[in-house]
Ligand binder design. Sequence first.
Ligand code: NAD
Length: 368
Amino acid sequence: MTTRRSFIQKFTAPLLAVPFITATTECQADQSQDKILRVAIMGLGGYGTRVAEAMKDSKRAKLVGVISGTPSKIKAWQSKYDIPEKNCYNYENFDNIRNNPDIDAVYVITPNALHKDQTIRVAKAGKHVICEKPMAVNAKDAQEMVDACNKAGVKLLIGYRMHFEPKTLEIIRQRQAGDMGKILFFQGLSGFRIGDPTQWRLNMQLSGGGAMMDIGIYSVNAARYMVGEDPVWVTAQEVKTDPVKYKEGVDETITFQFGFPGGAVASCLSTYSMNNLDKFFVNGEKGFGELYPASGYGPIKGRTNQGELTHPHVTHQTVQMDEMAAIILDNKKPIVPVDGAEGVKDMKIIDAIYMAVKTGVKQSISLS
Ligand code: NAD
């Protein structure tokens, strides 16, 4: 039988070949086992439900509280996850969480445009924040969130679950080991056909944008961790076939290109109007890595010039919560950062993509 422990050992085994990863993994292994991150989820919708279910199998994180505007949902979650009344809040009173010693962190899983104010309120209440992607609707708001968390002395992590996905990490390992040689090219394709035109994802006030905010961000983020550098310029073009469904500010399809300091270039697509688009490809002088599907809930499939990636499927959100608990409680350093500063970088790039679309002019990007 494959236990969860042997399962994790199996997928981390290839990573242990890299010296710096060995160091962080081993030194954290011993101290980490007793402390549990006690989490309240804010926003009991589709993704909040997925995270709650995945957290049942987490060794380091436990769902202990909820924040919701819908009393019937709170009741249902209370009985399903055995959540005491004193750990239940609504959007008006959740600042009182500061007086609750039984909650360590709040996971914000609400529509994008709400993340900023909710994160800042949680930080002011003295709790760590895990915030879903996109962390905000622009870089200025994102930076304010980082500043508020720093000021309050709490950690801010962004829900970048792919940063803990084994096949993704194996490609990063091979690239870092030099197996691919100098990196020359990245391709990112991120999209799906969105349905219901009345949903918040197509409402600029709540989404802060369109496909780019929701799904294109995966290609933006992956370009950085697959190439191993931050882009220094971007060009971008928008195509809109349905201006009724995709109103002003809500992008349907954007193609964008990056240039990296080492000379690599990237070509990416973000869309709400095509299915089967979930692919990352990185190409170097000596080898390549490919993930397809690359960012769905899995199983992720992939290969490199060395062969097919055979790491077993893991529930992304379970591993994410285990790892984020270790980051918050033990100061563990992840292989790919998931902190607020990492989120701000993506928001700066997305700002530049929107500016390139608007002006038709190549934009310089400075992430420092
Ligand atoms: P959803 O519509 O299923 O859930 C959103 C929740 O927020 C609902 O429970 C809703 O009641 C609540 N809410 C609170 N205030 C609201 C308001 N003013 N208007 C509308 N809803 C309000 O959405 P979702 O798919 O769960 O997405 C939530 C967040 O999670 C988004 O930021 C999204 O980008 C992110 N997300 C991340 C992933 C991932 O894989 N990391 C996947 C899906 C969604």
